[in-house]
Ligand binder design. Structure first.
Ligand code: IDP
Ligand code: MG
Length: 138
């Protein structure tokens, strides 16, 4: 039994739209184990650490502002290949073209803003997961 873990964030759009339970339910229904869960009002400092790879990109500041706009549900899920499995459930970054059946494909759309509001974050590698879990669950 693998203990691979991933950080899942339900971004402020997902929480504000009342989709927290629906999204967590999809991940649980897939079979992954929920091992940490909390609602967080993120600080700029926390988000600057979390999104350090995106510093300097045109959507960076809008992304930080968006993530500060309301509470975020932060969760850790565990299971064999959960990093890849959650990103498959989430769908591609752009919600317009994310596959139907995915979280972003089913619940997301383009709102014409400087940052894509796409409901969820999932770690993209074991190294990112450990780093990000350390930031959100210090
Ligand atoms: P990911 O969340 O699918 O891993 P990343 O490339 O890590 O995508 O980008 C982080 C977040 O920044 C995305 O989830 C999305 O909210 C936003 N973002 C990424 N690329 C763009 C873009 O080209 N335009 C607007 N927003 C973007
Ligand atoms: Mg990413």
């Amino acid at each position: 039994m693998s203990d691979e873990r991933t950080l899942v964030l339900i971004k402020p759009d997902g929480v504000a739209r009342g989709l927290t339970g629906t999204i967590l339910s999809r991940v649980e229904a897939k079979g992954y184990k929920l091992v940490e869960l909390k609602l967080v009002n993120a600080t700029r400092e926390l988000l600057e650490r979390h999104y350090e790879e995106h510093v300097g990109k045109p959507f960076y500041e809008p992304l930080v502002e968006f993530m500060l706009s309301g509470p975020v549900a932060a969760a850790v899920f565990e299971g064999q290949r959960v990093i890849e499995g959650f990103r498959s459930l989430a769908g591609t970054t752009e919600p317009t073209t994310a596959a139907p059946g995915t979280i972003r494909g089913d619940f997301g759309r383009d709102w014409g803003l400087k940052v894509q509001q796409n409901l969820v974050h999932g770690s993209d590698s074991p190294e990112s997961a450990e780093r990000e879990i350390g930031i959100w669950f210090a």
